[in-house]
Design a binder for this molecule. Structure first.
Ligand code: HEM
Length: 388
């Protein structure tokens, strides 16, 4: 078989292949089984680092080459693409932002924004992305980082340009736009650093303290902030858009109003997640489930497919908001397990709660508009019609 460069949503087409198989056209390993993906995410022999990816023989695969290493000193500092001690140090600096008590403190703030945005819906027509979850997720990221809320409307453009930079290694205009977006993030972070009253426990505050302690360099402050924009913004807004779309598609709006929102969110994360795949490179020869992966091989871990594995879930293609087994791989596993599940879950819970308590009926108003790129499928518009 040949895997399209953008595999988002293609995992149903991967059915019928073994849970670990080789795509001979692209020369990559494709892993779709729940247990196999879990084992690989936890395997110390599989690396997340860009230098290791740059060493692969697989430059034909988008994101498999080292273009970003050459074009972006910023991306080189993202701990998402690091292993070992440096990864742990950087991750530990920002981890307190996502502690359960810090996320719980955000609930009134998130609730206020959602109410404010929904108050603007007068005729029942809502673009879930543009009118609700994009402004919501961007305001939440600004708040966490310590950026003024006036910066929030710029996050969408920045996230798009940075995401494009990560895949289109060799297109000069894309590299230019992505690099410019990273420069503008650096400028906004610099301005926030000089702002009197920047909270010491904000993301930028914590990173500044770590720099003063000699743990990181000055450039790591804006680089890590840009990682949180990239990793935390479109992943969450797209998940929320997909969640609404999935519920409407299944005709399950009434069930949503009757189910515990926290439980429904876990099923929605399993059913259709925003991060469809992550990549790893074998640092050493690795053997998993009887398959030997050679040093330097690129491995694509298909999270979306694993979440639909019939060996792990009963009727995996059904959206069952009351499903009992909730363990899924939407946020990954192991050392790089997502930092933001608490925030994503909180936003989802509040959005579902407010939508269902204000409107008892809803239907799609037009087909959703998606922007596909490597590993993450991003929704731009999900238009719905609401009625009381
Ligand atoms: C990592 C998914 C929201 C920050 C990851 C990974 C996945 C993921 C699958 C693992 C990447 C890998 O193993 O290579 C998601 C989804 C989200 C979401 C589906 C929303 C529904 C967020 C939010 C933030 C965030 C809100 C922060 C504001 C991060 C960071 C990492 C990460 C910093 C890198 C962790 C590391 O390398 O140690 N995310 N994420 N994510 N996520 Fe999320």
């Amino acid at each position: 078989m040949s895997l399209k460069p953008d595999p988002c949503g293609d995992y149903l087409g991967l059915r019928g292949y073994p849970p670990i198989h080789r795509d001979d056209v692209l020369g990559v390993w494709v892993v779709t089984g729940f247990n196999e993906v879990t084992a690989m995410l936890r395997h110390p022999g599989l690396s997340s680092s860009w230098p290791d990816r740059g060493n692969t023989k697989l430059h034909a695969y988008p994101g498999g080459a080292d273009g970003n290493m050459r074009t972006s000193d910023t991306v080189r500092r993202w701990f998402m693409f690091m292993d070992g001690e440096r990864h742990r140090i950087l991750r530990r600096i920002v981890a307190p932002l996502f502690a359960a008590d810090r996320i719980a403190e955000l609930e009134p703030f998130i609730g206020r924004i959602v109410d404010e945005l929904l108050d603007g819906v007068t005729d029942g027509h809502l673009d879930v992305m543009a009118d609700l979850v994009i402004p919501l997720s961007s305001r939440a990221i600004c708040r966490i980082l310590g950026l003024p809320s006036g910066v929030a409307p710029r996050l969408h453009g920045w996230a798009q340009d940075v995401a494009a930079l990560l895949i289109a290694d060799y297109l000069p205009q894309v590299v230019e736009r992505g690099t410019e977006a990273l420069r503008q993030i650096e400028e906004a972070v610099g301005a926030a650093q000089r702002r009197p009253g920047l909270p010491g426990d904000s993301g930028i505050g914590l990173l500044m303290r770590a720099e003063r302690a000699g743990l990181i360099e000055r450039l790591d402050i804006s680089a890590t902030a840009s990682l949180l924009v990239y990793a935390g913004f479109e992943t969450t807004s797209t998940f929320l858009g997909k969640a609404v779309r999935a519920v409407l598609h299944a005709g399950d709006w009434p069930a949503l109003t009757e189910t515990d929102p926290a439980a429904a969110v876990e099923e929605l994360l399993r059913f259709d997640t925003s991060v469809q795949q992550v990549a790893r490179v074998a640092r050493n020869p690795v053997e998993i489930s009887g398959t030997r992966i050679e040093r330097g091989d690129l491995v694509l871990l298909m999270l979306g497919a694993a979440n639909r594995d019939s060996r792990a879930f009963v009727e995996p293609d059904s959206l069952d908001l009351a499903r009992v087994r909730k363990r899924h791989l939407a946020f990954g596993q192991g050392a790089h397990y997502c930092l933001g599940p608490g925030l994503a879950r909180l936003e989802a819970r509040v959005v579902i709660d407010r939508l269902t308590s204000r409107w008892k009926h809803t239907e799609p108003a037009s087909p959703p508009v998606a922007r596909k790129h490597y590993g993450v499928s991003v929704l731009e518009h999900v238009e719905i019609q609401l009625a009381r």
